[in-house]
Design a protein around this ligand. Structure first.
Ligand code: RP5
Length: 293
């Protein structure tokens, strides 16, 4: 079924939320190596509301995504947008469509049309477990991180929510698959739900995630030996410094920063003054560092 032209008025509220409407940058500047070059999108042309008559992004769909069997099983969308039967449910509010009926990236232009290598048109949902501990020897704050096989960057061991799966189940499954550790995630604390500035995003398909935090007591964490699963090149406790946080994949640095701020505000009774000061320093150096997350 053809969808109507976008109705921008309905989205005014979403677009004006200053906290969540940071310009996406990685989705305009980075891309997997098999993607065509992105059509340039300067900051002042990101918004769909701004006219950009010269805008002619290349259309790209990864040939692997055209696997008809997976499409038949309902795991991947068909290439023909008119045959998509599921609703487009986004954490970012109501989804808008272009004149071809394709869903529009809620953060604006990316320089590539089509689905890229995303399974679904529109929002693709993931879940990200941020698992922290204080190093038993140095006392420094660490996060369990994996080295991604696609980009080689360090990342939160997150992954896609499978059809019918609850977020806690996804977090548990992904953590086991990527870092080799079984961990109950039911009591993890909600940090963020929304858009991910992911280098694989396109104008018509993008990543969204549900980020949750769980801090492990040092003794328990030390008994856990991370081992890279099939989706990761390696897994380890990664020291959280301004530099390691800045280098994380996609918006993961931003998620870690949100986690740290949330944690301080929660006034965790287990925090001794040293730990609190460590967190405050880390947040402050991220705030004042030259490179933005
Ligand atoms: C990111 O992609 C999410 O934050 C999540 O970490 C990840 C899921 O994709 P795969 O790791 O399954 O490729 O946008």
């Amino acid at each position: 079924m053809r969808r109507p032209n976008p109705d921008f008025s309905e989205n005014e509220k979403i677009l004006q939320d200053p906290l969540e409407q940071k310009l996406h940058t990685k989705a305009r500047a980075e891309r997997p190596k098999e993607y065509p070059e992105r059509f340039p999108v300067p900051d002042d042309k990101v918004s769909w509301e701004t006219d950009y008559p010269e805008y002619q992004p290349p259309y790209y769909v990864d040939p692997k995504i055209l696997d008809k069997t997976k499409a038949k099983q309902g795991r991947w969308d068909p290439e023909d947008i008119n045959r998509v039967s599921h609703p487009y449910t986004s954490y970012e509010g109501q989804v808008r469509f272009d004149s071809n009926g394709r869903p529009l990236n809620p953060r604006g232009r990316t320089g590539i049309a089509g689905r890229g290598n995303r399974w679904l048109w529109g929002p693709n949902h993931a879940a990200d477990p941020i698992i922290t501990r204080f190093d038993p020897h140095t006392g420094v704050l660490e996060m369990l991180a994996i080295e991604r096989t696609d980009s080689g960057e360090w990342a939160i061991p997150g992954g896609h929510v499978e059809p019918g799966e609850g977020v806690s189940e996804t977090l548990k499954r992904e953590f086991k698959e990527e870092a080799g550790i079984e961990l109950d995630m039911e009591d993890a604390i909600e940090i963020y739900k929304g858009y991910v500035d992911d280098p694989r995003n396109t104008d018509n398909a993008w990543m969204e995630t549900d980020v949750r935090h769980k801090h492990l007591p040092t003794e328990l964490a030390s008994a856990m030996e991370p081992t890279a699963g099939s989706d990761a090149a390696s897994a380890q406790w990664l020291e959280l410094t301004p530099d390691t946080i800045h280098r994380l994949f996609a918006s993961h640095g931003e998620f870690v920063l949100k986690t740290l701020k949330h944690w301080l505000q929660r006034d965790d009774p287990n925090f001794d003054p040293d730990k609190r000061t460590q967190l405050e320093h880390l947040i402050e150096s991220l705030r004042t560092s030259k490179t933005k997350i």
